[in-house]
Ligand binder design. Structure first.
Ligand code: PAF
Length: 287
């Protein structure tokens, strides 16, 4: 089936048709991580719509909105190869006509961790995601665990606003050496890319510690948040990067967990390597 490219709302309505649809919202510059989202979407619905829109609302004034990679023709090739039914690629004026007043507030959760470093970011993300949900009317939408707080906030919005949409999260896709795939990786010089590996190394060191000490057969109490974060921090010490945060949080609320916490937790890290800001995380079980 030929890929339909919808550039406005009217084209999108025609392209969507009726029946079960899975939506994969993206900002383009598609890579293997996006391909994994699309493949999951194809498992979940017979028709997949991919949106490609670099959303100005989620970028701060000093962030990389203007230089964010825009690679539409290559992205359309990826979508064709992955069997996508339609790509929705609106202009900003189509998404945000003049006179706009109302937007989504991400609440307290949108002001902590990533939201503390990027004020307004999650309001912008949730506003565009809600608009995409209303325009595409998907039955299910697929997001990556790489943006763990974004995924948690979208689940929160769906619950809080009673949206009739299923949310699927899929694990982070990594390069063979551990680097989490990101459209921003293309900004990295070879030296910076090498430095950036400290992030995944730190997360894996913590993951190993949590798994080894938390194994039931060890008979010992598992390593707590302080030891887990120290193991990760040891890998970051000396790396030529500017750490924004390294936090161990509750996956649903993104509140930092205390020493007595047990259960699933997310170890999340964000840092600037040269001029490029990267985020990554792993899911751990604390026992
Ligand atoms: O994860 C992204 O690429 C964006 O934040 C999203 C969900 C497409 C909203 O612009």
């Amino acid at each position: 089936m030929e890929l339909i490219v919808a550039r406005n709302r009217a084209d999108l309505v025609k392209a969507r048709g009726e029946g079960r649809v899975a939506l994969v919202p993206t900002m383009g510059a598609l890579h293997e991580g996006h391909r994994a989202l699309i493949r999951e979407a194809r498992e979940l619905a017979p028709r997949v719509v991919v949106s490609i829109f670099v959303n100005p609302l989620q970028f701060g004034p000093a962030e990389d909105f203007s230089r964010y990679p825009r690679t539409l023709e290559a992205d359309l090739d990826v979508c064709r190869a992955e069997g996508v039914r339609a790509v929705f690629t609106p202009q900003a004026a189509e998404m945000y006509p003049p006179g706009r007043q109302v937007s989504v507030s991400s609440g307290h959760m949108g002001t902590i961790v990533e939201g503390a470093v990027r004020p307004g970011h999650f309001d912008g993300v949730l506003t565009v995601v809600l608009k995409l949900f209303n325009l595409v009317r998907p039955d299910v939408a697929v997001f990556g665990q790489k943006d763990a707080q974004q995924l948690a906030m979208i689940r929160r919005m769906v619950a809080d606003l009673d949206l009739p949409i299923e949310i699927a999260g899929i694990p982070t896709v990594r390069e063979p050496d551990g680097l989490a795939l990101s459209s921003r990786n293309r900004y990295l010089s070879p030296d910076e890319r090498h430095t950036a590996l400290a992030l995944s190394r730190a997360l894996f060191a913590a993951e190993t510690l949590a798994a080894e000490t938390g194994a039931p057969e060890s008979g010992a109490a598992g390593a707590g948040p302080a030891r887990i974060k120290a193991a990760a921090r040891a890998e970051l010490d000396g790396a030529d990067l500017a750490l924004d945060y390294l936090v161990l949080v509750d996956p649903a609320t993104f509140a930092e967990v205390g020493e007595s916490y047990t259960g699933e937790a997310i170890l999340a890290v964000a840092a600037k390597v040269g001029g490029t800001r990267l985020i990554d995380n792993v899911v751990l079980r604390l026992s």
